[in-house]
Design a protein around this ligand. Sequence first.
Ligand code: NAI
Length: 328
Amino acid sequence: MVKAIVAGASGGIGQPLSLLLKASPLITELSLYDVVNTPGVAADLSHISSPAKVTGWLPKDDGMEKAFTGGDIFVIPAGIPRKPGMTRDDLFKINAGIVQGLVEGIAKYAPKAYILIISNPVNSTVPIAAEVLKRAGVFDPKKLFGVTTLDVVRAETFVAEITGEKDPAKLNIPVIGGHSGETIVPLFSQAKPQVQIPSDKLDALVNRVQFGGDEVVKAKDGLGSATLSMAYAGFRFAEKLLKAVNGDQNIIEPSFVYLPGVPGGEAIAKTTGVDFFSVPIHLGPNGVEKAIDVVSSANDHEKKLLEACYTGLQGNVSKGIEFVQNPP
Ligand code: NAI
């Protein structure tokens, strides 16, 4: 029996993500929470002939308590998305408070749940979530994930366009660091199977993975950022986690976690100097089984990218922690 909750379920990501979760046989109960429109989204999805029982909740009438209680896995795409010209950091002012409020609710009503944060800036919202959970005395770093899967999905797709691979999902490319601009570091040297990127194409490819989100923001011309590809990526991570929790072995997917709190993470944090960081995670029955060190084996070009990542990421992480410790 698995109860999944989508917080921000009526939004551009929330709706297709809820659709994918509803269609998944791994989920028995799907609870949709948002400040608007969840009764309609829930009614619509509830007609699909899959096992999950769907309910929709708004904040009124103790909706959060009813939506969250008994939750096993929370996926959070609540908050405002980017418009052209905005960076993910520009979203901080609004989304920081939204994520804080939602995670306070999870700490209260479902403290043992897995939490997957999509709301941007992920580099700061995940440290916010960790700080809220710490304060409530329920922080289990093995269960808190920043969803960076869209960066991995983009890397697979963009590399396949260059190498001619017909099924991009067959490529396994670690994308590590954070989830914005230069903090996103694809490690093509560690792709499996190995890929050969012509040197005259490498810089543009790295740039496209780092700033791929901007292509979508620009193309949508003021109507938001990636929603459908993000829903796909968010579902891919949630599904892998649920499969690992159910006992499937050898499931590895990068995610942004609190390194000092997870097996294998302490040593990586010493190398990076940043506590919150995305690396490939071996997922298991309790969430993070082991963080895998791909940082030390990065090649010289990637090490240069990592230096820029560390600087930017450290500032984003501190900003999140500060937001909870010394509220504005
Ligand atoms: P959207 O505006 O379409 O949807 C956001 C939803 O959150 C809305 O339905 C809104 O009513 C809801 N919401 C606002 N405050 C809430 C609260 N306190 N409790 C519950 N729900 C609340 O935005 P979209 O496009 O779905 O993006 C959502 C977030 O995901 C943004 O922050 C965006 O930057 C981020 N994102 C993250 C990506 C990643 O790779 N991690 C990729 C793309 C977007």
